[in-house]
Design a protein around this ligand. Structure first.
Ligand code: GLN
Length: 445
């Protein structure tokens, strides 16, 4: 049914870069045979999924929506794919090139349309994953979130997206953008599905040196227990100019609903928040400039046809293989790391990072979670902001502090604007508080 749906719908939506129909049918039949034989199957057995195209899938093209990896078929699978071995992969989802962007317009290959309004962007960078779930072209999808790339497309498409605690989900086999910020997480139609997928992909992995060695139970275990007595923080800096009044109203109405269900609303302050966006763009670009150095036209990926020397081979392969946004980040990052500027930019950004971590710690010492917007606007028109990188970056203001601090955040729908476009809200908690975030979100849903 999902493959049929992709067949009829994806021409219009463009959620997928690769559809692995034949392989999916084989996988489904094999799982069904095990079911018929009476085998006790895991909770997600046979459930069809879309996978962001920066997650390595053995034998299946993994392009990161870049010309640079247009021919890259990984010889191994990411740890998350091994953990989801009993699900059925439908295909690989479109994204901004190397996960850099907020609209999926930076894909080298195609435009993805928002299923809730076809002239609108689906958000990004996991726009294909969010659109696939919203259009019923997958039961769930995996995305990656470095500065909002799961939560913002979830908000734009009206689905549920989780950026887990840093270190909870293995990054082995995720093509790195900014290693100290990247996390893989689920996009689903509801909160319970989300908790189930996260339960399946979480866990220690010695192949990822930043993976946390810790046992996780079933993330859906606390669902249904309500929010009685929980303390919900509203930092006023999250509700200042720049935020669309309709979104502000929707979040404040959500706060009222939590209050009516027995939670206590605590107005608070997060003074460092204004420094988060510049710090994010310095840190993430610095890390990207280092991570993307591996794409040199030698080991794998795109190689320029014409070159006269090794230097020219590098230069031409990168010039032709990377798109404009990726080049912008590499240049920004190389500049921030260069001697003479390092202390002024990179070191400063690391210091800001510590202040942001402390700000969150202070709030979470007395509150269960922070309630905030995901993005300052709802999904806008395709092409509306693609001319202005800076304007696009500004849209990440509410999501990047979470990655900087490494804490979890769940994005879930909380209404619509006057045109019927979905509005999302974030529930942000302290590290490893995912069960509580799911519990609160489930009470709201
Ligand atoms: N929009 C942000 C950026 O362009 C976030 C990207 C992400 O989370 N991968 O960097």
């Amino acid at each position: 049914a999902y493959l049929d749906r992709i067949e009829t719908k994806d021409g219009e939506i463009g959620a997928y870069l690769t559809v692995t129909a034949e392989q999916a049918m084989k996988q489904a039949e094999a799982i069904d045979a095990r079911r018929i034989a009476g085998e006790a199957l895991p909770p997600l057995a046979g459930v069809p999924a879309g996978i962001k195209d920066n997650i390595c899938t053995k034998g299946t093209l993994t392009t990161c929506a870049s010309k640079m990896l247009g021919n890259f078929v990984p010889p191994y699978s990411a740890t998350v794919m091994e953990k989801l071995a009993d699900t059925v992969m439908l295909g690989k989802c479109n994204m901004d090139e190397f996960a850099m962007g907020s609209t999926t317009e930076n894909s080298y290959y195609k435009t993805t349309r928002n299923p809730r309004g076809l002239d609108r962007v689906p958000g990004g960078s996991s726009g294909g994953s969010a659109a696939a779930v919203a259009a019923n072209e997958a039961a769930f999808a995996l995305g990656s979130d470095t500065g909002g790339s799961i939560r913002q497309p979830a908000a734009f498409c009206g689905v549920v997206g989780m950026k887990p605690t840093y270190g909870m989900v293995s990054r082995y086999g995720l093509v790195a953008f900014a290693s100290s910020l990247d996390q893989i997480g689920p996009l689903t139609r509801d909160v319970r599905d989300n908790a189930l997928v996260l339960s399946a992909i979480a866990g220690h992995d010695r192949r990822d040196s930043t993976s946390v060695d810790r046992e996780y139970g079933d993330f859906s275990a606390e669902l249904g227990q309500g929010v009685q007595g929980m303390k919900v923080a509203l930092p006023h800096e999250y509700f200042t100019e720049g935020l669309s009044p309709e979104i502000k109203d929707a979040i404040l109405a959500a706060a009222k609903r939590f209050e009516a269900m027995g939670a206590q609303i605590v107005e608070t302050s997060m003074p460092t928040i204004s420094a988060a966006l510049p710090a994010y763009y310095i840190l993430s670009s610095a890390e990207a400039s280092s991570n993307l150095a591996r794409f040199d036209g030698v080991k794998y990926g795109y190689r320029a046809e014409h070159y006269g020397s090794v230097d020219e081979l590098y230069k031409n392969s990168r010039s032709e293989g990377f798109g404009p946004e990726v080049k912008r980040r590499i240049m920004l990052g190389s500049f921030a790391l260069s001697s003479g500027y390092y202390d002024a930019y990179y070191k400063k950004a690391l210091q800001v990072r510590t202040l942001i971590v402390r700000d969150f710690e202070r709030i979470f010492s007395t509150c269960d979670f922070i309630l905030s917007p995901v993005a300052p606007t709802v999904a806008y028109k395709i092409g509306e902001k693609s001319h202005s990188p800076l304007e696009m970056y500004m849209g990440d203001v509410y999501t990047v502090p979470i990655n900087i601090a490494g804490v979890p955040s769940l994005s879930l729908p909380c209404g619509c604007d006057r045109d019927g476009m979905p509005i999302g809200m974030q529930l942000i908690g302290k590290a490893f508080s995912e069960p509580r975030l799911y519990r609160a979100a489930y009470a709201f849903e």
